[in-house]
Design a protein around this ligand. Structure first.
Ligand SMILES: C[S@@+](CC[C@H](N)C(=O)[O-])C[C@H]1O[C@@H](n2cnc3c(N)ncnc32)[C@H](O)[C@@H]1O
Length: 277
């Protein structure tokens, strides 16, 4: 596999961008952090169904942002959760929310570290569930190294669960989502300077450089399979979580889909891979 290419400052640029966006996201309708403190749950129904029962299991969340999903799994019964993110402000916010909700650090802890350093950075050798995704892999240049890192943290009898935006979306036009306008197989970084953020496109921001990569489904599945984990499923979904294309319509369930009279393409995917006991 040809390695992905990109500028050397990808990590610093992306971290500065994310650090600046944490307070904006905390105040946003999108994350509704006030509501989260009440409902204590941000997990999408398809994830809950696919992950299954978490009661009594330990869970590591890679690229946890400010911990809403991480803490949701705790509220759904996980015995202990650990969130990891390279953004200090995100980790600080996650720790603050955990403390406000009455969780001590034995039950919910958060670590500031790069995902590639996760094995050295997290407090335990392994976890029953390693959970990640929803806009995570696109920030990483090397999906093989990501898979090796994530798999190394899965305990015997445990699993890795990934839910992501489908890479086919990166190849389609923004308006209709039906014309191929970019190379699906590109290994070159997308480097963009865009102010604002997905929770507020008009927000005035200064750290606007973003370095991202596409990871075709085949690369992701092959990378996970090569770690020795057993792939239990790869699901492709006809819905997504935001207005990815102008043509998408928001359904009563809050998810976005192409109109019923249009041929569908996958907009998200999810994967579960287990380590035998
Ligand atoms: C879109 S968020 C992940 C989705 C999360 N579930 C949420 O709350 O929306 C992406 C996260 O990845 C983190 N991130 C990006 N690159 C990273 C890296 N190399 N190591 C660790 N975290 C990283 C960012 O700080 C950000 O919090």
């Amino acid at each position: 596999m040809r390695p992905h290419t990109g500028p050397d400052d990808w990590r610093e640029a992306n971290r500065a961008r994310w650090d600046e966006r944490v307070p904006l996201h905390l105040e946003s309708d999108h994350y509704d952090h006030e509501g989260f403190r009440r409902t204590r749950d941000a997990i999408r129904p398809f994830e809950a169904a696919e992950v299954g029962e978490v009661t009594g299991r330990s869970l590591l969340h890679l690229q946890c942002h400010f911990g809403q999903d991480t803490l949701s799994w705790l509220h759904r019964g996980a015995s202990r959760v650990v969130g990891l993110d390279f953004s200090e402000p995100a980790v600080d916010a996650a720790r603050g929310t955990a403390a406000e909700l009455g969780h001590d650090t034995d039950r919910a802890s958060f670590v500031a570290a790069d995902v590639y350093d996760a094995a050295e950075a997290v407090p335990d050798d392994s976890y029953d569930i390693v959970y990640t995704g929803i806009g995570a892999l696109n920030w990483l240049p090397d999906v093989v190294r990501w898979a090796e890192t994530a798999a190394s943290l899965v305990a015997p009898g445990g699993f890795l669960y990934l839910a992501e935006f489908h890479p086919l979306c990166d190849a389609l036009d923004d308006t209709t989502g039906s014309r191929v306008v970019h190379d699906y197989f590109s290994r070159d970084a997308w480097v963009e300077e865009t102010s604002g953020t997905y929770t507020d496109f008009d927000a005035p921001t200064v750290h606007n450089r973003a370095v991202e990569w596409q990871h075709p489904i085949g690369d992701v599945v092959s990378a996970v399979a090569a770690t020795g984990l057993r792939i239990e499923f790869l699901h492709e979904h006809d819905m997504t979580l935001f207005q990815r294309f102008g043509a998408l319509e928001r359904g009563d369930d809050g998810f976005y889909r192409l109109p019923a009279d249009r041929p569908r393409v996958p907009l998200m995917y999810s994967l579960k891979a287990t380590r035998p006991a």
